[in-house]
Design a protein around this ligand. Structure first.
Ligand code: GRF
Length: 213
């Protein structure tokens, strides 16, 4: 599977995807790291790993659709099969989402469908819920919408503030995202429309990471 990772900033999830593809997902290669900002810190890591990087500034386009079309063309140029959004701070148009239907996943730092959107950890702490975590989901047209592929959770005790929660959830993201990518790469899950069908190996992998975190 030829994969593109879309980033806008730090790229810590991107580095985990790159490393795990090299180390334990032989069926996939990261062919492209794409960003809408030349300032994205993650680009440097990708470059050092000799991965192609492409930057297209969304501000140069009149409409969302025009930018998404340029992104789509780039992905086609690199013969990409599958997209991983990793901190890509753009809402994608309906047309783009349709073109990559069930071939695009995203990671979000909450237990979806709770706490969609931004400023998540503050909202979680303020709401006094006892559990938070992260979610990998297939991308649909609504923000942070789409069938859930995998989730990891953590208890929040009284020692947690926003920063501690963000660090803990990021740790979980770095475990969950490569695992979910592996499930797609090795065809351990199949998607029919909005329904994800898990093989027993997939369920074992997901249970294993839940038990170890
Ligand atoms: C992560 O928390 C991810 O869940 C969210 O944006 C953040 C990106 O972090 N979508 P990084 O760029 O991967 O370090």
């Amino acid at each position: 599977m030829r994969i593109a990772i879309l980033i806008s900033g730090r790229g810590s999830n991107m580095t985990k995807l790159i490393d795990s593809c090299k180390e334990n997902i032989p069926s996939s290669t990261i062919e492209l790291v794409f960003s809408n900002s030349s300032k994205a810190i993650g680009l440097e890591y990708a470059k050092n790993e000799s991965i192609s990087i492409e930057v297209i500034d969304h501000k140069k386009f009149k409409t969302r659709e025009n930018f998404d079309e340029a992104l789509h063309r780039k992905l086609k140029e690199y013969e990409i099969d599958f997209i991983c959004n990793a901190g890509f701070m753009r809402i994608l148009s309906k047309e783009f989402v349709k073109k990559w239907f069930n071939k695009q996943i995203n990671i979000h730092p909450s237990i979806l469908p709770a706490f969609k959107g931004l400023d998540i950890h503050k909202r979680v702490i303020d709401s006094n819920v006892q559990v938070s975590g992260c979610t990998v989901h297939l991308v649909r047209a609504g923000v942070d919408e789409g069938p859930i592929v995998g989730q990891l959770s953590t208890y929040i005790d009284s020692t947690y503030d926003e920063k501690k929660l963000a660090n803990k959830v990021l740790e979980l993201e770095h475990i969950l995202y490569p695992t979910c990518l592996k499930l797609f790469s090795e065809e351990l899950i199949k998607v029919e429309g909005d329904i994800i069908k898990y093989s027993s190996e997939a369920l074992i992998e997901l249970q294993k990471i839940q038990n170890n975190t």
